[in-house]
Design a protein around this ligand. Structure first.
Ligand SMILES: [Zn+2]
Length: 670
């Protein structure tokens, strides 16, 4: 029994974004970002129950509308006026581990090649047609699949092509993704293809929190009774969606309102015209939702709040959100002169505030960003001149130097981990490197090898004319090589041996650059630091590059150099992660000058080299980043590298080979 949509407490932006898309799927879907335990999924799942039911052609697996069947329907052609049956709108969930075939459907290549039959098994896109497609943890889905979903959502069509056999069918659905940003971000290119985004958080108001708990208890004690008590509310919502859909084509977007839309988009400096289109569509849908026939300033305000925040983020370390003052200023500047300034929180349609619309006014949208870590403090690390040579002791955190584009460090060999962009791996996509006899159904045919396998049997199979006789045992599955994401575990020397503040700033800048790179390559990252008496797991392996960057910024430096402790701590972390996620290969990045100090009389360097050889013995792939500077160099990082069986790179060699990168790296290392 799903929770009633109307009974969800708070989450006003999220509910409104879902409802506007239900009214006008052309808006392009909703991305919901928020921490765990905020009822994101409950709210999405509740939506299906308030969507108007759909009438479908009986027996069609592609949910054709009897009034306008898809001419390309694989189960068609359907006659006009075939009997239809009415069923509730569907909510289809796409699991994060789904294969491409499961999503788009699969063509039976064996039957196509051996029997000449085009057999198509519909996927989740077909199931979601005229309903909702929901992806929880959309940030963990392979980029390629997200791309595919967004394409289908934008075109209203799914297309599958394998070895020259293709199928196309209608797939119009409301796409909803939810994600916890602490578990990794969605690439910006994908982020801005979702129509609307909302940030959700658990309510802070104790009374509201109490109401959440009260309703949850009531629901769990008697789900059916709870649903019944909300039935009228649900029916009202469903009616309102149906009414708004009917009204939508008649809503007028005046030139004045359009000017406000474009002025707001310009004020927030968004790329391209997608933002303007989405904002306009959302404003029109909001007008229809409120029962108006013309778009007002309030519609534009509401639409901008939902459509623009994610289109401004260009850096994963930026904080989300939209500045209310800028928005109000843009609306005011673009307001037609003769209009009296309307109150920003006007009652809108004049009726009682409908559920899901409550609180769309400006008062509750604090402009202060609430997520993210420390704000960057550029410049702090560059004004260190005088104190740079101070004796290494406890010091305040040094700000990192500007990040640069890092070169790709990779794990040698071929892995089988989750898709990403770092090391070579067997994959569902990528370049063809060979073929094997298939163990299941053929999904990627290796045509040349199949023909070669069939060739010797042609006479025995009684072939006399043209046309190859292909049997099941001839079929060869292509082996593909793509790239995987890895666990990049940083071991960073934060001790006094790392020299001046400016040098530490450069080291932090380099690690920050590698973190940015890890974000783009879909790696998990972790951070071990060592200084003073011991090593510390400053950040357990996580998807959140932001968390790692925040830790790095506030990392204090100075004191002794317990290198061995750092390496041993890293080895422990890797052992645990190998159990937790055995497919994900790890890359250890040791950022050090190779020096080690410990208690008087101890062989700190020998202990470090022993720890390094043990890591190498466990098959750990590693890279040493040599941070040594100054006129006299000991080359100890290189020695450590040889014990680790690792490549040693100088700090300035980390930048990708671009002119700008090189210049910056050289400057950073100076
Ligand atoms: Zn059909």
């Amino acid at each position: 029994m799903t929770y009633p949509f109307g009974a969800v407490v708070g989450m006003d932006d999220m509910r409104l974004a879902l409802l506007l898309n239900a009214v006008s799927p052309a808006i392009g879907g909703v991305l919901v970002r928020g921490e765990k335990g905020t009822a994101k999924s409950t709210t999405v799942r509740a939506l299906a129950a308030v969507l108007p039911p759909v009438t479908v052609v009986a027996g069609c697996r592609f949910a054709c509308d009897p009034a306008a069947p898809d001419p390309a329907c694989p189960d068609g052609p359907h006659d006009m006026g075939v009997p239809g049956q009415t069923r509730p709108a569907r909510l289809v969930e796409l699991p994060v581990g789904a294969s491409e075939d499961r999503v788009v459907g699969s063509l039976d290549l064996e039957r196509a090649l051996t029997e000449g039959v085009k057999a198509f098994e519909p996927g989740l896109l077909a199931a979601a047609h005229r309903g909702v497609l929901y992806v929880d943890e959309v940030n963990l889905l392979h980029d390629h699949l997200v791309d595919l979903l967004l394409d289908a959502a934008a075109l209203g069509t799914a297309y599958v092509e394998r070895e020259g056999v293709s199928v196309r069918h209608a797939a119009r659905f409301l796409l909803v993704g939810t994600m916890n940003p602490e578990e990794g971000e969605l690439r910006p290119q994908l982020l801005d293809r979702f129509g609307l985004t909302v940030e959700v958080a658990a309510p802070r108001d104790p009374a509201e929190r109490a109401e959440v708990v009260r309703r949850r208890f009531a629901h769990d004690a008697d789900p059916a009774g709870f649903a019944a008590s909300w039935a009228d509310e649900e029916a009202g919502l469903a009616r309102r969606i149906a009414d708004a859909r009917a009204r939508l084509p008649h809503v007028v977007l005046s030139d004045d309102a359009l000017r406000q839309v474009t002025a707001v988009c310009a004020a927030f400096d968004v790329d391209g015209l997608r933002a303007d289109l989405v904002t306009a569509r959302a404003a029109i849908a909001h007008a229809a939702w409120c029962g108006r026939d013309e778009v007002t300033e309030d519609d534009v305000r509401v639409a901008a709040r939902l459509a623009l925040p994610h289109r401004r983020r260009r850096d994963p370390f930026d904080t989300p959100g939209l500045d209310d003052e800028t928005l109000e200023q843009a609306l005011e500047d673009s307001r037609p002169d003769d209009d009296p300034p309307p109150p920003p929180d006007g009652p809108g349609d004049g009726g009682a505030p409908p559920p899901g619309e409550a609180g769309t006014g400006s008062d509750r949208h604090g402009s202060a960003p609430e997520t993210g870590g420390e704000p960057p403090s550029p410049g702090e690390g560059e004004t260190d001149g005088g104190q740079g040579g101070a004796p290494a002791s406890e010091r305040a955190a040094v700000a990192p130097a500007d990040p640069f584009r890092a070169r790709r460090l990779e794990v040698p060999g071929v892995g089988a981990g989750a898709a990403g962009r770092r090391s070579k791996a067997r994959a569902e996509r990528g370049r063809v490197v060979g073929s094997v006899r298939p163990s299941g159904p053929v999904t990627r045919l290796h045509l040349a090898d199949t023909v070669l396998a069939a060739a010797p049997h042609q006479v025995a199979r009684g072939r006399t004319g043209p046309g190859l006789r292909v049997a099941r045992e001839d079929l060869r599955q292509a082996t593909l090589e793509g790239r995987e994401g890895n666990l990049v575990l940083f071991v960073v020397d934060a001790s006094g041996s790392m020299g001046s503040r400016s040098r530490m700033g450069a080291v932090k800048g380099a690690v920050l650059s590698l973190l940015l790179d890890a974000y783009q390559r879909r790696d998990k990252v972790g951070l071990v630091t060592f200084r003073g008496g011991d090593a510390e797991l400053a950040l357990p392996p996580t998807w959140s590059v932001e968390a790692a960057a925040a830790r790095l910024r506030t990392l204090p430096t100075g004191g002794r150099t317990p290198l061995a402790a750092g390496l041993r701590r890293a080895a422990e972390v890797l052992r645990v992660e190998r159990v937790r996620d055995p497919q994900r290969r790890a890359l250890l990045v040791v950022v050090t000058d190779g020096r080690a100090t410990g208690a008087r009389g101890s062989d700190a360097l020998g202990a470090a080299h022993t720890a390094a050889r043990r890591l190498a013995g466990e098959g750990t792939a590693a890279v040493v980043v040599d941070c040594e500077s100054g006129p006299v160099r000991l080359g100890l990082a290189g020695v450590l590298g040889s014990h680790l069986g690792a490549q040693t790179l100088r700090l300035e060699e980390l930048a990708a080979e671009t002119l700008a990168g090189t210049v910056r790296a050289v400057r950073a290392a100076a």
